[in-house]
Design a protein around this ligand. Structure first.
Ligand code: AMP
Length: 259
């Protein structure tokens, strides 16, 4: 596995590999089984697997959220290597946002609802960094998790709107055995908060926005930002909850295989 820190380096490393297919897995690190399932799919479907590891400041609303985001570079590189990643792209913020940067991708309507209402500018940051990663790696396929259903929908819309020649692969949400969706942010929960967070996936499992809202209203210490049905592909019951400053999102597809 080769680690590349600059755009020039990764482009050079990819040059001799362009005769075969390239799969890109964008991540912000603190890897868990959810990320690994994307890496395994990419490994099975492409000659070359590229993983990006970049905690994208443009998609964070506040500084403390960005500063507190879990980071474990050494462990991430070991897990990526074990999963068969060929190239890891770990750019600096300056590499992705050079001084004077002012070009943004805004998926205007999809980016403004649900998560976008609570995190203004979040999807603008996501779409911009994902398009930049696409132009750097020029993958044939890009891998995203159903866990972030709205993110997958925003990327799907961007691919269509900008006629990008990339196949979007969205893989099912990986959960702990107790039902909590794996998330790098789970590490920020106290054991007691983690226990109480189980009410969240259980409420979504009702597949009814009203039933889920009612179930969560009874759990104290937990703030519900929203629980709504979203007309995505597939449609989902999606929600976001908060324990203090830790925010969790999750969803269940309402059509197709519930897994
Ligand atoms: P992140 O590092 O949080 O930006 O996530 C990188 C990718 O992994 C995104 O496409 C996420 O949707 C996906 N992902 C995160 N958690 C899970 C999970 N529990 N199951 C499946 N995919 C996930």
């Amino acid at each position: 596995m080769k680690a590349c820190r600059t755009i020039a380096e990764i482009r050079e490393a990819l040059e001799p590999r362009r005769s075969g297919s390239i799969g890109l897995v964008p991540t912000m690190g603190a890897l868990h089984e959810g990320h690994l399932s994307l890496l395994h799919a990419a490994r099975a479907e492409n000659e070359t697997v590229v993983m990006s590891l970049f905690v994208n400041p443009a998609q964070f609303g506040d500084e403390s959220d960005l500063a507190g985001y879990p980071r474990d570079h050494v462990r991430d590189l070991a897990l990526a290597e074990e999963a068969g990643v060929d190239l890891v792209f770990t750019p600096t913020t300056d590499e992705m946002y050079p001084p004077g940067f002012q070009t943004w991708v805004d998926v205007t309507e999809l980016g403004a609802i649900l998560e976008g209402r609570f995190r203004p500018g979040h999807f603008r940051g996501v779409a911009t960094v994902v398009l930049k990663l696409f132009t750097i790696a020029r993958p044939d396929r890009a891998y995203f998790g159903q866990k972030d259903a709205q993110q997958a929908e925003v990327v799907r819309r961007m691919i269509r709107d900008l006629a990008l020649e990339i196949e979007l692969r969205v893989l099912p949400t990986v959960r702990d055995s107790d039902g909590l969706a794996l998330s790098s942010r789970n590490a920020l929960l106290s054991p007691e908060e983690r226990e109480r967070a189980l009410a969240f996936p259980r409420s979504l499992a009702t597949r009814s926005a009203e039933a889920a809202r009612a179930a969560l209203a009874a759990s104290n210490g937990l703030v519900v930002d929203y629980i709504e049905v979203a007309d995505f592909d597939p449609p989902v019951l999606a929600g976001a909850i908060r324990f203090g400053s830790t925010r969790l999102i999750d969803n269940v597809p309402l059509e197709g295989d519930p897994a």
